[in-house]
Design a protein around this ligand. Structure first.
Ligand code: GLN
Ligand code: ZN
Length: 761
């Protein structure tokens, strides 16, 4: 039985690529240094897979930034503003597209399906010219071959590439990039020809858009594309790889009927109906790449369960046509458990990062041909059993409380307009009240203090004193700026999810479990392994200290359950909503403790609520239902006079506006300044919105300081569609990444703009 890996993380076990990239960008090292680090990473990945016994080893899944951008380079589809004049695309043009340069902004970046990975969105128009401009796929294939590893070159498939593209600036919005199919296929043909000449016997086309809801025209494009490629593809085996969900039934039919294709890769972890689809019919003589090892998570595979799945599949497709694989690229999981020295042995035995997943894939393939590694399988079975029975995982009381929530409703007793009245009596705020989103600049000093406290280099007293000083500075600054509702600045927090995870039970933290988010940026998601509970209050100490420093309202600042869930590695032994309800109950306790401590305004950030939206329309309603319910659970028990805020980091919520209203927060602050029109159009179209709302009035991602006039202008635009008495004035998001030299003048202008408009209203 053969084994296959869809793709592998590029960063390296200790983020070697990150440091090489950043040093290159900072001009501290040259292109050769970067190329050397990259080549070393590639070679060690290939060798690792080869020595683990993997038969189909991917190449061209390495990237110095992003595989979609690599494809843009391959196709020569460089937007004209980068002044590329032809020839092989080098680092200059490549990184200008990825990150911008002194005079040009970068191309847009967006989320890769429902992962936390971001790709560079191709910008195409009727005038876009395509040419074979990056030979990376062939070069990497040859590079591996020279190392003695025959690989499967991986290409982003032509149809997915076009479906992920957007019309370039200045091109009519109704332009469909898919209409360029006939123009990109000739380049794909050249690449295929060159790969064949270099000796490739398989080529993998990643076509993940196949898991989405496609219209018949889009679906037809797949048939058209692979029919047109058929003759070029003769003599080489073709794998169409899909992942992140099952295929809609209609799509499955079309895909499995594609001409010139030798094998199909399906996600058997997220694709809950994949197995049924295959059982319902699989083309005879074709290969099935069965993605049973989860590429999206960090849990060890249940090998015994996978063996039975694979045996069932063997009966359908035949022993020689079944290939054991990962559910998707391992890009979305952590790299290597070997570097985790702080996790205890029990938890470690439950986990498998990318390097361990490769071993699992191979062990499964061997087991199916009677070469079962008994020791490996029994250690795995023991770990699975210990995870099921460990008292660290199960907390009966939490289980009971969370399951009692299902099916019931949780809402505040009074409606939002009555609550706002009650709150106003207590808070006595001016119209167009000003506030910020939570964090203030995190200086080097601050980071050092936190680090030293964690490393026990300074005492608790010293730590508290330092943080208290910082809070008092931030409070004083806000009073001087004359902001109405204050924040404490979050100086004690390293990360808005990690901070809470560290204080909740059921969470573990890796030392090197980094996952690429975009370019050189990585995140290290907490691992939720057990039932979640809150041993003690988490933020009351700092919030009440901050409140004691001022007579103005001080916002309590919490991260919401959906965001904690969506930014963590979540347990796979219970549904996501159950874990979310458990977190909601923990946050509810915190909300109520804050209220008791005299905090009258509490913000519960749901920055990542939208990120959890499933890939298929048919599943959206269910997700939104439990996600919004979880949020309401956190604050359904507070008094009318306690004002609940929430914050969201995106503005494209036109499609989920009714769910956002259903969250029933008293005030919502949202990122907006980069897309005024989009947000305003929701309200222009007549959506009734009665709660407080603070669409960000300036972009905190940029060091640019907005003028008073500019901010006033923005507020005026919002006043045209929103009632004066519900509008708040605030920046787009937290100020953590900015400098005080930027924050001071920007907030000064923001407050001035609010005051100016107050006199005019
Ligand atoms: N309260 C958080 C902050 O200001 C919110 C961050 C976020 O939305 N990403 O940093
Ligand atoms: Zn935000």
């Amino acid at each position: 039985m053969a084994s296959h890996i869809v793709g592998y993380p590029r960063m390296g076990p200790k983020r070697e690529l990150k440091f090489a990239l950043e040093s290159f960008w900072d001009k501290k090292s040259g292109a050769e240094d970067l190329q050397m680090v990259a080549a070393n990473l590639r070679s060690s990945i290939w060798k690792q897979m080869a020595s683990a016994g993997i038969k189909y080893i991917p190449s061209n899944t390495f990237s110095c930034y992003d595989q979609v951008l690599d494809t843009t380079a391959m196709l020569g589809a460089v937007p004209p503003r980068y002044n590329w004049t032809g020839g092989e695309i080098g680092f200059d043009t490549y990184f200008s597209m990825a990150r911008g340069n002194a005079s040009l902004p970068a191309m847009e970046m967006t989320k890769w399906f429902d992962t936390n990975y971001h790709f560079i969105v191709p910008e195409l128009g009727p005038e876009t010219k395509f040419s074979y401009a990056s030979h990376k796929a062939v070069t990497e294939y040859k590079e591996a071959k020279e190392l003695g590893v025959d690989t499967v070159p991986v290409l982003v498939g032509p149809v997915s590439y076009l479906l992920l593209s957007k019309p370039a600036k200045g091109v009519d919005k109704s332009f469909s990039p898919l209409s360029l199919l006939g123009k990109v296929l000739p380049v794909y043909k050249e690449v295929v020809a060159e790969l064949k000449a270099a000796g490739a016997s398989w080529i993998q086309f990643d076509e993940p858009t196949l898991v989405k809801d496609l219209d018949s025209h889009q679906l037809q494009a797949f048939t058209q594309a692979y029919t047109e490629l058929e003759s070029s593809l003769s003599g080489v085996n073709v794998l169409i790889e899909t992942y992140f969900a099952d295929l809609p039934a209609e799509t499955y039919k079309t895909v499995t009927a594609l001409k010139g294709v030798t094998g199909f890769g399906f996600d058997l972890v997220r694709g809950s109906k994949t197995l049924d689809l295959i059982k319902g019919g699989f083309p005879s003589g074709k290969y099935l790449f069965a993605g049973v090892v989860d590429g999206r998570n960090i849990w060890a595979n249940d090998l015994a369960a996978s063996v039975s799945t694979l045996q069932a599949l063997e009966g359908i497709v035949g022993k020689d046509k079944l290939v054991v694989s990962t559910s998707c690229s391992l890009l979305h999981t952590a790299v290597d458990l070997v570097n985790e020295t702080k996790l205890d042995d029990e938890i470690k035995s439950w986990l498998a990062f990318a390097a361990q997943k490769i071993v699992e894939v191979n062990a499964l393939a061997k087991a199916l041909v009677g070469q079962k590694d008994e020791a490996f399988f029994s250690a795995n079975a023991a770990a699975q059993a210990s995870r099921k029975s460990s008292p660290r995982v199960t907390n009966e009381a939490v289980q009971k409380a969370a399951s009692a929530l299902q099916g019931s409703d949780h809402r505040r007793a009074t409606n939002v307009s009555a609550r706002l009245d009650a709150q106003q009596k207590k808070l006595n705020l001016p119209i167009l009240p000003t506030t910020t989103i939570g964090s203030f600049p995190q200086t080097m000093d601050l980071r050092r203090v936190r680090r030293e406290y964690k490393a026990k280099k300074i005492s608790e007293d010293e730590y508290v004193k330092a943080i208290k000083e910082e809070i008092s500075k931030v409070v004083k600054l806000q009073e001087d700026l004359d902001i109405d509702v204050l924040v404490h600045g979050e100086p004690e927090r390293n990360d808005m999810v990690e901070y809470f995870g560290e204080q909740l039970s059921g969470f573990a933290f890796s030392a090197n479990g980094w996952v690429q988010s975009y370019g050189s940026r990585c995140v290290k998601p907490p691992i939720i392994y057990g039932d979640v509970s809150r041993p003690k209050a988490m933020t009351v100490f700092w919030s009440s200290m901050a409140q004691s420093m001022t007579s103005r309202p001080m916002k309590g600042m919490l991260t919401g359950p959906v965001t904690i869930l969506n930014w963590s590695f979540v347990r796979n032994d219970q549904p996501r909503f159950e874990t979310c309800y458990q977190i909601a109950l923990a946050i509810k306790d915190e909300v109520e403790d804050l209220e008791k401590a005299g905090i009258n305004v509490i913000q519960i950030d749901e920055a990542a609520l939208r990120e959890g939206l499933p890939l298929r329309k048919s599943e959206e309603a269910f997700y939104l239902e439990w996600a919004v319910h979880s949020f309401r659970i956190t604050n359904c028990g507070v008094q009318d006079t306690t004002q609940i805020h929430t914050h969201m980091c995106y503005s494209n919520f036109n499609d989920i506006i009714h769910s956002i209203i259903d969250m029933d927060a008293d005030v919502i602050t949202i990122e907006n300044s980069r897309s005024d029109e989009k947000l305003l159009s929701v309200f222009r179209e007549g959506v009734k919105y009665g709660a407080g709302i603070g669409p960000g009035v300036y972009d905190i991602h940029s060091p640019r300081i907005p003028s008073t006039e500019e901010i006033a202008d923005r507020i005026n635009k919002m006043l045209a569609v929103l009632e004066t008495n519900i509008l708040w004035v605030n920046p787009d998001c937290g100020l953590k990444t900015r400098k005080y030299a930027e924050v001071n003048p920007a907030l000064t202008n923001m407050v001035a703009a609010a005051k100016l408009l107050r006199t005019e209203l």
